[in-house]
Design a protein around this ligand. Structure first.
Ligand SMILES: Cc1ncc(COP(=O)(O)O)c(C=O)c1O
Length: 442
């Protein structure tokens, strides 16, 4: 029997941890053993305020009773049902609920198990749709520099984060990238949407001119790029992308794995910006991060295009053993109900101005070179140590953790996204702890 309570470093060797400095971590491990609402409990009994909703996913806060009970009940009632050619009621119910939250005319939902799988699914649906429409020459996919679309081959191909791509061979063929939208010289310390940079959407026109529209299936972007360090789209940028895609018959995919389910103070970033994509990818907040699940939300015309021909033939040769898994579906339903009962999306929207002011009060904190915010998302960019990029931010992550605050760092950027139940005093605590932390790191 394993000794789950033994945290001695020698016992940590088997687990090859994801996106982690494994050797460094195992010399001085950081372990959470419990969580409730806004806090984690560490193995040594300390409380750590969750400034990041886990990994941008625990939007309702931790160990919420409705979700816990739903999972327990479902595990005892129907643990698993085959996902192919058989259904179970909760998957259909959840799909309906997601469709109700989605922008109008996006009434169809394909279930996956993660954000990465949602991205692969969306790219495949886009390619297959173009083929079904008789536009099989549209095979090219367009992403963006600094984009993060998970870690599978499609996602890293359209993604634009160099370390995630450079070790993994030739990736998908026929992919091109638009420039990112980060213009620090013009937009630093913008509150909400930056003023400058809508013109960067015109780069898509250049890509179309280079390859010809007849070769391009889809464009995928995060409406707000999260994992690269919170890059907020300049005013008008997303609408411009939409217009260019429409003009050339290109599908627009919004990767809303982070921005979906309340993070922006509304259902989706598509609502926030008033721009309707053709496909939305989601995961994370769908189940509050509790059970892995993703969902791809598709415009009716796209779905309907597949529902032709013989009814005896599978319409889309794609799916996962765990698509719509009963326990995940139960978690999803209870999560959406928790958001509704607690009015969490409205709460996020109401808190956003307070959040903005609190974050921007860090403008004069040590090392800070930019502050960005939108909805309940924030980023504090700090000056890198010359010749040692990321080192200062990582020290800040460790120091903040020791002080009882979980932040996330990417490059030299502190990214913040607390559960939507965060209080004003907890926002103050996040900001005060970051200020202190920056005063204490080298
Ligand atoms: C925009 C976006 N897409 C995809 C993913 C991948 O999600 P997962 O880690 O669940 O595969 C993430 C994860 O952070 C994300 O932020």
């Amino acid at each position: 029997m394993s000794e789950t309570n033994n945290l001695a470093p020698n016992d940590l060797s088997s687990f090859w941890m994801p996106f982690t400095n494994n050797r460094q971590f195992k010399k001085n491990p950081r372990m959470f053993v419990a969580a409730k609402d806004m806090h984690f409990t560490t193995a040594d009994g300390r409380q750590v305020l969750d400034g990041t909703a886990g990994l941008w996913c625990v939007n309702a806060g931790h160990c919420r009773p409705l979700i816990t009970e739903a999972i327990q009940k479902q595990a005892a009632e129907l643990d698993y049902a085959p996902a192919f050619q058989i259904g179970h009621p909760k998957a259909f119910e959840l799909a309906n609920k997601i469709a109700e939250l989605a922008p109008e005319g996006m009434g169809h939902v394909f279930f996956t198990n993660s954000g990465s799988e949602s991205v692969e699914t969306a790219l495949k649906i886009a390619l297959a749709y173009q083929k079904i429409k008789g536009e099989g020459s549209r095979t090219r996919l367009i992403g963006r520099e600094r984009g993060y679309h998970g870690v599978n081959f499609g996602g890293i191909s359209v993604g634009g984060i160099v370390p995630n791509r450079k070790m993994f061979g030739t990736l998908l063929a026929g992919v091109d990238h638009m420039p990112h939208t980060h213009l620090p010289e013009k937009n630093s310390f913008s509150k909400g949407e930056p003023q400058h940079g809508a013109y960067l959407a015109d780069e898509l026109e250049k890509i179309v001119a280079l390859h010809d529209a007849s070769t391009i299936a889809a464009v995928i972007v995060e409406p707000v790029a999260g994992s690269t360090g919170v890059l907020i789209p300049p005013k008008g940028y997303l609408q411009k992308l939409r217009n260019i895609c429409d003009k050339h018959g290109i599908l627009l995919i919004f990767d809303e794995v982070i921005t979906g389910f309340g993070r922006m103070g509304c259902n989706f970033a598509a609502d926030y910006y008033g721009v309707k994509p053709d496909i939305i990818t989601t995961a994370k907040g769908l189940t509050n991060g509790v059970v892995p699940m993703g969902a791809v939300i598709v415009r009716d015309e796209i779905h309907d295009a597949f529902m032709t021909g013989s009814e005896e033939v599978i319409e889309l040769f794609h799916g996962y053993t765990y698509s719509g898994n009963p326990i995940a579906a139960a978690a999803g339903l209870a999560t959406l109900e928790t958001y509704k009962q607690d009015g969490l999306f409205e709460r996020a929207n109401d808190l956003a101005p307070y959040w903005e002011d609190a974050l921007h009060s860090l403008k004069d904190a040590k090392y800070v070179i930019d502050v960005r915010n939108i909805g309940l998302i924030g980023a504090i960019e700090i000056e890198p140590i010359a010749g040692a990029p990321t080192k200062r931010a990582f020290s800040a992550f460790i120091k903040a953790y020791e002080k009882g605050l979980l932040i996330r760092t990417t490059g030299d950027i502190i990214a913040l996204s607390p559960p939507l139940m965060v209080s004003k005093s907890q926002i103050d605590e996040i900001v005060d702890t970051i200020r202190e932390t920056l005063n204490e790191v080298d």
